[in-house]
Structures are given as C-alpha cells and as structure tokens.
Design a binder for this molecule. Structure first.
Ligand SMILES: [Zn+2]
Length: 364
C-alpha cells in the first residue's frame, strides 16, 4: 500500500511537497492515509458496540486492541486498575503500546479512550456504537501506531484508556503511574476524543498552558500542520469564561493538562449552545445538536445519513495532522537536544543528523 512520504528532507519545504521529479498532486502524496483509521472506526462500531465498563464487549475490545497492536509489531501491555462505580467494584484496563526511542529519553504520549458510556436507569446503551465517541479516536490512534514503523529519536507511547466515560478513571490511573522523571521527560500528551461529529475540527491545548504559554507551542504546531494541508482547524475561542480560550476540556486530557503540555483533538462547535463545546452542530437533523452517549444518534448509519463522508474525512484529517506532528516533534532539536560530545557535535552539525532522523520509504 502506498503511504505518505515522511518528513526527513522535506522539513521546512512544506509537508505535502513531493520529493520526486515533478509535482505530485497532494492526493497522490497522501493516498491511503486514513484508510485504517476509518476502517477501525467502523469495526469498533459494528462489532464492539456497547463496550462500557464491566461488559463482555469491554473485555473483547481490550483483546481486539491488543491483537491489532501485536499485528503492527508492538508488544502491548495491559495496565489493570480497580475502582468503584454505583457501589460495585470493577477492574478495567489501559492498553499500552510503546515504540522505544533510539536517541533520547524524552517521550510523546498519545491517548484515546475505547469505552462507551454505560447504560443508565432511563437509557439502554448496550447497543451504543460510539462511532464518534470514541471509535473515531481509537481508529486514528491505531493508524498512527501502524504508521510508526521506523525508529524515532523519542519514545512514542500509544495508550488506549479504559473507563473514561465514568470519570477519566483509566487516564488518571495512567497519569498517576508516571514517575516524576517520566512526567518531566514527556514532551507532549495528545488526546483524541470524538473526532468526527461536529461543525468544526478543533485542536486545543490543556488548561495548564494558560499559566505556561510555552505549552501552547505544540497546539500551535498542529494548527500550522493543518494549515499546510489545507485542513480548516480552529481552537476553543473562549466565549465561555469557564473554558479558557485555546484550551480543551472534558476528556482524558484533564488527567495530564497541569502536568505537561497537551494537545486535544475533537470535532464539535464551541460557538453555539452553552458555548461549552457540548453542542456539536447547528444541523437541524441532529436533535438538540448533540449526539454524545445517545445510541440512536452516535452510530454509523445516522452519521452517514446526515453527514455523508464525514467519518472518512475527519479520521483522515486527524491522522494526517498527528502523523506529521509526531515526525515534527521527533525532529525538533529543542526537544531532542544536540549531541554534547565533540564527536557528536561534528556529526550533529553535518548531514549525519538527517541519517539519524526517522524517515519512511514510499512503499510499505
Ligand atoms: Zn469520549
């Protein structure tokens, strides 16, 4: 399958510039990107609907994610955690896959929750596909893992969080399991949640960035990348004082966003409703403008009827943005410092540096 040519020599030239003779249209250069993401979004929706805590589908999803990651060459780790919900004790798992860095102890964490919202007294969610929330985030995360086949300077960790819907339990457990050194060494955490259904594609920072403006630079980088690809992207405009401009909320990013820089991806519309990002669309075909946790709305059929092609478009756009983002952060010399030895400096100053950088061949 043809894959998108990675950065490498293209750094600074423009992300979709063609490295070959003549100009290759952007579509050709990006052919195939997003295919796995969309396919996995459909798979989770169709075969793993109703994957809320304590269900057989939750366990099946953990198995499925482990299998997919193994097939991409990872050795996935299951991180169990126990908690009480509605007076009952549960055990769930985070599924973690790691690509070990070759020349730095820094790391990137990219996460997406795989669970769906549990049933309530008034709403049976045993058939909730969660196509938007969050099959889409899992689909994109799987494709990013699949594409990261070559060595990186930084370590990249892909984390599929459990038990998000009942209060960010898995992501908080994971964040608490990080040592202070690991926290210091994490360049950025990326959160992918609800990537399809919304009038706009958003990229936010975490709340911690309001006191540490430097933490906005990763969000800014994703906005730059989106612009290079001609993808319309916005950030929370801050119309509601409870949600500061430029920051996201209400998902696993909150387990990390005062510890380290964060980029949060979501589709929604921050300009309507209560200006809190919970009203996704002004399209009158969506009752109340929101589909979250509603089995009759957050599914393949409804989304494809009301928004034909949007599943494919948004999963592709986000895959493109974050696949490039991983490359750019990995190649950023302010994150991966120059070699300090004299020999290292000589090598680092020359073209040898490029040899150390990760590049992907045009064909897999
Ligand atoms: Zn979600």
């Amino acid at each position: 399958m043809p894959v998108f040519p990675r950065q490498g020599f293209l750094w600074g030239v423009g992300a979709i510039a063609a490295p070959l003779i003549g100009a290759i249209p952007a579509q050709a250069a990006t052919l195939g990107i997003g295919a796995t993401a969309a396919q996995e979004t459909y798979y989770l929706s169709e075969f793993l609907a109703g994957r809320s805590i304590g269900t057989a589908k939750e366990a099946e999803t953990v198995d499925y994610l482990s299998q997919r990651l193994s097939s991409f060459g990872y050795t996935p780790e299951l991180q169990p955690f126990t908690y009480t919900f509605r007076g009952q004790e549960f055990t769930s798992y985070n599924v973690i896959a790691e690509r070990q860095g070759t020349s730095s102890d820094k790391q990137i964490i990219i996460g997406a929750h795989y669970d769906t919202a549990p049933s309530s007294a008034t709403l049976d969610r045993s058939g909730l596909e969660g196509t938007n929330d969050n099959s889409s985030g899992v689909g994109v995360l799987l494709e990013l893992a699949e594409r990261l086949q070559e060595n990186t300077n930084l370590t990249v960790k892909f984390v599929f969080f459990g038990a998000e819907e009942i209060g960010l339990i898995g992501s908080r457990y994971y964040a608490n399991s990080l040592s202070p050194e690991e926290v210091r060494n994490t360049a950025v955490m990326v959160n992918l949640d609800s990537l399809v259904l919304g009038d706009k594609l958003y990229l936010h920072a975490g709340r911690g960035a309001t006191d540490k403006p430097d933490w906005f630079r990763f969000r800014d980088l994703t906005l730059e990348i989106a612009a290079e690809y001609g993808i319309a992207a916005e950030t929370n405009p801050g119309l509601n004082p409870d949600y500061p401009a430029g920051t996201g909320c209400c998902s696993d990013l909150e387990a990390f966003d005062f510890l380290m820089p964060v980029v949060a991806a979501e589709a929604t519309n921050w300009d309507i409703g209560d200006l809190d990002g919970y009203t996704q669309t002004s399209n009158p075909a969506v009752p109340g403008g929101a589909t979250w946790h509603i089995p009759s709305l957050d599914n393949r059929e409804f989304i494809n009827t009301v928004f034909p092609g949007l599943i494919e478009q948004r999963t592709r756009d986000y895959t493109l943005i974050f696949d490039t983002f991983i490359d750019r952060v990995d190649a950023d010399r302010t994150i991966v410092p120059e070699p300090t030895s004299f020999l290292g400096l000589v090598v680092g100053a020359g073209s040898g540096y490029l040899m150390l950088r990760r590049r992907r061949s045009a064909v897999k």
